[in-house]
Design a protein around this ligand. Structure first.
Ligand code: DX5
Ligand code: ZN
Length: 216
């Protein structure tokens, strides 16, 4: 399988959201990456359920919803109803992670765990077989446009090793500071899905930028 590209809607023009959603529909992108921030787990507030519903009306590709919120269990059903196909929760926010993952799956969504840059891969050892996806943060979550943390390559290799040894089918997704410089090395290390926000939306031709990331 070639790697997937998930443009981050956080970097879109919110006053022209339908236009940017349609750009993603018509591009070689595979998923919509949707960042939900609560101003508590991360020091920023993005958007919530009404905006996700509005995106869903036009989106023709799977919606990958990345929750950066405390106690995400409270909203699993709501995100399903809003249109999430894939729901990822931070390891750092889930006391009963196994229960949370089962609850996401019970709603018929694919379930993923996100690790902050400082959280070691080893914490996934006893949950990896339950996961459809692991999202490695390559910046500290909260903002688009930050620079890529180089230690991520090592974590991709460690995660790939854990997935292979355990027989898990989880995909490896990378989020934060992804561009055409680090993307080839990420894919070579074993990344399956690349999220890209600023690199896509701040470029002159986002459709071409997506195609370039896809062709790596
Ligand atoms: C950061 C978000 C990212 C962000 C990526 O907390 O999770 O998805 O939108 O943006 P770039 O690609 O600009 O780092
Ligand atoms: Zn994200």
């Amino acid at each position: 399988m070639s790697h997937l590209i998930a443009p981050s809607v956080l970097a879109a023009d919110f006053a022209n959201l339908q236009r940017d959603v349609e750009m993603i529909n018509d591009s070689e992108a595979d998923w919509f990456h949707i960042d939900v921030m609560d101003g508590m787990f991360v020091p920023n507030i993005s958007f919530g359920i009404p905006v996700i519903k509005a995106i869903k009306k036009h989106a023709k590709k799977p919606m990958d919803v990345h929750l950066m919120i405390v106690d995400p269990d409270r909203y699993i059903k709501d995100f399903k109803e809003a249109g999430a196909d894939i729901l990822t929760v931070h390891y750092e926010t889930c006391t009963h992670l196994h229960r949370t993952i089962q609850a996401i799956k019970a709603e018929g969504m694919q379930a993923g765990v996100v690790l902050n840059p400082h959280t070691p891969i080893a914490v996934l050892e006893d949950i990896i077989l339950d996961l459809d996806l692991v999202l490695l943060m390559s910046v500290n979550p909260g903002f688009g446009g930050q620079s890529f943390i180089e230690n991520t390559y090592k974590k991709v290799i460690q995660l790939k090793d854990l997935i292979e040894k355990s027989g898990s089918k989880a995909l490896i997704e990378i989020d934060g500071g992804v561009n055409d410089k680090n993307a080839p090395m990420l894919v070579a290390a074993g990344a399956d899905v690349l999220v890209a926000g600023s690199f896509v939306f701040k470029s002159e031709n986002p459709t071409e930028t997506i195609a370039r990331l896809k062709s790596i």
